[in-house]
Design a protein around this ligand. Structure first.
Ligand SMILES: Nc1ncnc2c1ncn2[C@@H]1O[C@H](COP(=O)(O)OP(=O)(O)OP(=O)(O)O)[C@@H](O)[C@H]1O
Ligand SMILES: [Mg+2]
Length: 325
């Protein structure tokens, strides 16, 4: 595995505003607001947060599927958001991949799965048909799919196997960085563990770097090197995996961890975080978490806290920590 000391992804001031239509006209929806983060070579950055917090939006911008409204993204040292962004993106595109939540939707139901996996190779036009077939067989073996199953159709596989097919296709062009957007959320628990193990094994063998997006903190805990917590379009905390679970700093991270169901039957029911996720059409002023925060202070209602260092490899955006810094 490569040393995790160089960022291959650098996001700075990343901002995304969607214009959404409604009865009264069109309004800006602030999906991401001035987000900074790095992904280091060879690591898995877990990106967590409630539904609608902007996780998929961030992942999509990183691989060039949608443009940012403001801010910059550098991939392997190429800025894909600047004036020459589209040329930079073309230069790095084959090194990037995106794995979605629903493998069924990601596969053409009428195409034999071997053909689906070969498609990126065909489009790249680098290999002869025979070499492509060899490469597909190699990819099927790499992700643990049965030998000789390339002529079957997606519906002839289990959900977990379908996700293996999607992963095989994502590996066809030897990417370096893969955004995995809830890749196991649609699978049952036993399948989840298998796919997470496969992703970890592939990371070791191929030196991959992941952004792993998930709701499920238990899955993120297994796979991540570091974790970034998004709340309503802002990063509230980043830290090495062990630290964030053992000593969360931001009140939102604490609430999120408290809301995880525990194996102990006395705690089986998860405690919901009180209050509601704010509307992104009209986000609260100051800290976006302040209306739900048990430790809210006057300052939090007026001034948005910056994401600042709060320990070794840790950052938190919370006024409570500023005094301690
Ligand atoms: N194409 C779009 N047009 C308008 N609004 C959008 C679009 N894509 C996302 N949004 C909005 O941006 C916000 C963030 O969405 P996003 O899909 O990034 O959240 P998420 O954290 O991935 O949520 P989930 O966990 O449900 O997948 C949401 O309010 C969503 O409705
Ligand atoms: Mg999402």
């Amino acid at each position: 595995m490569p040393m995790a000391d160089a960022p291959i992804v650098e996001a700075r001031g990343l901002t995304k505003t969607f214009m959404v239509g409604h009865a009264g006209g069109v309004s800006p929806l602030h999906a991401l607001d001035d987000v900074d983060f790095d992904v280091m070579a060879g690591e898995t950055l877990g990106l967590v947060g409630e539904s609608g917090s902007g996780k998929s939006t961030a992942g999509r911008i990183l691989v060039g599927l949608i443009p940012a409204t403001a801010g910059s993204v550098s991939l392997f040292g190429h800025c894909i958001t600047g004036r020459d962004g589209s040329a930079a993106l073309r230069a790095v595109r084959s090194r990037l991949q995106f794995v979605f939540q629903d493998p069924f939707a990601a596969l053409n139901p009428r195409m034999r799965v071997g053909r689906s996996v070969a498609e990126p190779l065909e489009i790249a036009g680098k290999l002869s048909r025979r070499d492509r077939n060899d490469r597909v067989a190699e990819l099927f073996e790499l992700v643990g799919l049965p030998k000789g199953s390339t002529d079957r159709y997606p519906h002839e596989f289990s959900g977990g196997q379908r996700q293996r097919i999607v992963i095989a296709r994502s590996l066809a062009l030897n990417p370096d960085f893969i955004v995995c957007d809830e890749p196991v959320s649609a699978l049952d628990v036993s399948m989840q563990a298998q796919i997470v193990n496969l992703l970890m094994d592939l990371q070791q063998r191929l030196g991959l770097t992941y952004l792993f997006i998930a709701h499920d903190l238990a899955v993120v805990r297994i796979i991540s090197t570091r974790v970034a917590v998004l709340y309503a379009g802002s990063i509230v905390e980043t830290a090495p995996k062990h630290d964030i679970y053992a000593r969360p700093q931001h009140p939102y991270t604490k609430a999120l961890l408290d809301a995880v169901p525990r194996p102990d039957p006395a705690f089986v029911r998860a405690r919901a975080i009180s209050g509601e996720v704010p509307s992104l059409l009209d986000p609260p002023p100051g800290c976006r978490f302040h209306p739900r925060c048990p430790l809210v202070m006057d300052r939090c209602r007026a001034e948005a806290p910056k994401l600042l260092s709060s320990g070794k490899d840790r950052q938190v955006a919370c006024h409570l920590f500023e005094a301690a810094r």
